[in-house]
Design a protein. Structure first.
Length: 341
């Protein structure tokens, strides 16, 4: 097993290089960089009379000044050379500086990480600790009114994107009924609360509607996966044989069918690690949650390439670590899996 995981860890390096090099190259060739954004902003404010891209038009800056700006942002170097320089800084956890806020990228990500980690952690634990028992109960009560009605609700929730549900929830429960806030992570007077209980209550009050949107898709997938696999295992020969030999039905389910049914769920376990980092940028945009998802969305829109690359690098590492964790979880759930040499 040790040799297997060593090989998997060795594959992390070329995979990480491939992902980051591809994204880095794309950011260099897509139109609209930080310099173009600066010129466009000056034009919008009325500081220039014609666009720099207009043939024969006047430019807000001379070619020398534009070249100096490109050098300042590191856009004057070839892609390979610039990528190598970025990678060298990354080894020292230097993600560069934001071209929009002129702040260290690492500090911007670290500042928003607790928000995304809170929603990611809540989504992760609620999804697994509710969907697995619910899937088990649905399989044991297959064909009943509870199973049919809950399946309808689950499929309707799965069909609706989280951000669409978010708009509906805000419109109904925040705007019309005024039961929940319109958005944000906490109130503006959060620091003025005297007790920790009031602060926790405020955070949870703001988190109800966003968590519903986060949970819909993943919760439905895990629940139906658990139910379908448990029903498939209940109809297998080894379960029927165990029951025929005198083992009670509940013991046959608990000792044999249940563990085998957890294997597909375990394979999804490591991929949930990304929820702790990014969540959903559309949900964060709708609810105005200042997390890493919203930061990534704004960075893409504003062409803040250092922030984009920083988030991509962290997500790539988490995704590959998550895949290895999924293999470990599958090996724990399925004793037949052996990681040989």
């Amino acid at each position: 097993m040790l040799s297997y995981f060593l090989r998997r860890m060795m594959l992390v390096i070329p995979t990480f290089l491939g992902i980051t090099l591809l994204i880095f190259t794309i950011t260099r060739f897509v139109p609209g960089g930080p310099v173009e954004r600066m010129l466009a902003s000056m034009q919008a404010q009325g500081d220039v009379a014609a666009s720099i891209s207009t043939p024969g038009g006047s430019s807000a800056l001379s070619e020398t000044q534009i070249a100096e700006l490109n050098a300042f942002y590191g856009l004057d170097k070839p892609v390979v050379e610039a990528y190598t320089q970025w990678l060298g800084k990354l080894l020292t956890l230097d993600f560069g500086e934001s071209t929009r806020y002129y702040e260290p990228v690492w500090g911007m990500i670290a500042e928003r990480f607790p928000v995304s980690a809170f929603y990611g952690g809540m989504t992760f634990f609620i999804s697994y600790f509710i969907s697995i028992p619910l899937g088990y109960y649905k399989a044991m009560r297959h064909g009943t009114i509870f199973d049919s009605s809950s399946s309808i609700l689950i499929f309707v929730g799965y069909a609706l994107p989280g951000y669409v549900v978010g708009v509906l929830l805000i419109t109904l429960f925040s705007y019309h009924l005024e039961w929940f806030p319109m958005g944000g992570f906490v109130d503006d007077d959060f620091d003025d609360y005297e007790t920790v209980y009031e602060q926790v209550k405020d955070v949870m009050w703001h988190a109800v509607l966003p968590l519903i949107c986060y949970l819909i898709g993943d919760f439905a997938t895990l629940t139906m996966t658990m139910k379908n696999n448990l029903m498939e295992n209940l109809s297998s020969d080894y379960v029927r044989t165990a029951i025929a030999k005198g083992l009670p039905f509940k013991d046959a389910v608990r000792k044999h069918a249940l563990r085998n049914s957890l294997i597909p769920v375990a394979s999804h376990f490591g991929n949930s690690l990304l929820f702790f980092m990014t969540g959903s940028f559309l949900i964060e945009v709708i609810f105005n949650i200042d997390g890493i998802g919203l930061l990534g969305y704004e960075s893409i829109v504003e062409r803040d390439y250092p922030v984009v690359m920083g988030i991509v690098a962290i997500n790539a590492v988490l995704l590959m670590i998550g895949n290895i964790l999924s293999d470990i979880c599958v090996a724990i759930a399925d004793p037949r899996v052996k990681f040989g040499v």
